[in-house]
Design a protein around this ligand. Structure first.
Ligand code: ZN
Length: 84
């Protein structure tokens, strides 16, 4: 199973930025801690989000809600807590 598909499943098809359902076509992988802020390019820093939400978020710091999403998804995938 691809990382993208595993994340989508563990998020139960909900966007990690706005919390609304996503369809197959308009979803993207989001680096929760942006690469511009030294966020890591690994599954422990990734969630699935709507394309539009991801574009709007751009390189800003994650909100508390977004970090909770990341921790929940990390936990479901049995990942070690990420070093952000
Ligand atoms: Zn969204």
């Amino acid at each position: 199973m691809s990382v993208r598909r595993a994340l989508f499943r563990e998020q139960e098809g909900l966007c990690a930025i706005c919390g609304k359902p996503m369809d197959e076509a308009r979803r993207t992988v989001d680096h929760v801690v942006p690469k511009a802020m030294n966020g890591r390019d690994c599954v422990g820093n990734l969630v699935i989000a709507h394309y539009d939400c991801n574009i709007e978020k751009a390189d800003r710091a994650p909100t508390g809600c977004e970090l909770i999403w990341l921790l929940a998804v990390n936990n479901r995938l049995n990942l070690e807590p990420s070093r952000w």
